[in-house]
Structures are given as structure tokens and as C-alpha cells.
Write a protein that binds this ligand. Sequence first.
Ligand code: SF4
Length: 83
Amino acid sequence: MKREDVPAKYRPKYDRAMSGRSPKSGIRLFCLECVGWSEKEVRLCTARDCSLFLYRQPPSKRGRSELEGDETTSVDRLHSAEV
Ligand code: SF4
């Protein structure tokens, strides 16, 4: 993904991802690009076999409730990470 291909709205996020300081931003951008830059479609993603499925942001309420069975998940740790 090249910066000029990223919608202007998401360029600050792209810059954070490319700085190497925010894996969270990198994952978010990858998911947004995957679904044609629609935040709603990232939430509605059902591709459970995708390696980023559990890390997409924000997870749907259903996805989060499925994860809440675990006391602390990698998703929680990722979401609490510094951006
Ligand atoms: S989790 Fe869903 S939206 Fe994100 S990259 Fe995978 S298929 Fe695409």
C-alpha cells in the first residue's frame, strides 16, 4: 500500500503505522483496505480464517463477547497498547 493510495482521512494512521510505532494502526489499515475503506465492513467481517480476524478493530460486539470468555486476550492487550 502506498501513501497516495490511502484516503486522506486515514493518512495520519498510515504515517503512524509506517513509523513503526503502531502495529495497531497497521492492522487497522490492512483491514480497511481489504474491505474497500469501510469501517462498517471491517466490523462486519466474518472471515474467521483470516489471520487478522481476532485483531481487527473495532471488533463487533459479538466478536468481543466471544473473546470475553478469556480473561485477557491478545486483542485486549493490543487494544490497550500505546498508539
Ligand atoms: S480480518 Fe477481515 S477485514 Fe481484516 S484483513 Fe482479514 S478479511 Fe480483511
